[in-house]
Write a protein that binds this ligand. Sequence first.
Ligand code: FE
Length: 208
Amino acid sequence: MRYDPEQEPYVALRTKALESLLIEKGLITAEAVDAQISQYEQDIGPLKGARVVAHAWVDPAFKARLLANGEAIAELGLPGGAPLVVLENTPTDHHLVVCTLCSCYPWMVLGLPPTWYKDFAYRSRAVIEPRAVLREFGLELDEGVALHVHDSSSEMRYMVLPERPAGTGGLAEEELAALVTRDAMIGVAKVAAPAASGAAAGERAEGR
Ligand code: FE
């Protein structure tokens, strides 16, 4: 797959041209476009995905439905969009998400992609040497763990359901959601157990 950095401005220009045309024809307004962008920038963050993950951790039936069909996020009142596939990370299988072509991303659950997700280096190396990439993110996978790299597209978006960390048995769903990071849902990190040692049921990490 060849990458031409010159295409980026072209895509931006083309988007602007399309937007102008749609506004000119009265099909959309500039305000509606701005509102949509601001919604993705501010309102839809990784928090929605974190809610999905936490719910899947506490409700096995929901988790089964979610893994069978990502549209199960609708049960939490989340809108769909592009088809969504949810991949479960386990002690034996680790999933990593990339879009080698551009920056396809599960916006509906994770908001806007991080800058590195769109970088050519990540897009190419995630496929060529995924373990090295994970190591740079601070995640060392055991040799025995099977690593699966998923290439997103406009037809298919992927979200990782990370492993629930040990020692979180007593946490409420909202507390679990607070542990889930965007990176864990892309597959470049794991969800860490609550920072404070012995953060068992009832204990709260302070200073957050
Ligand atoms: Fe893409």
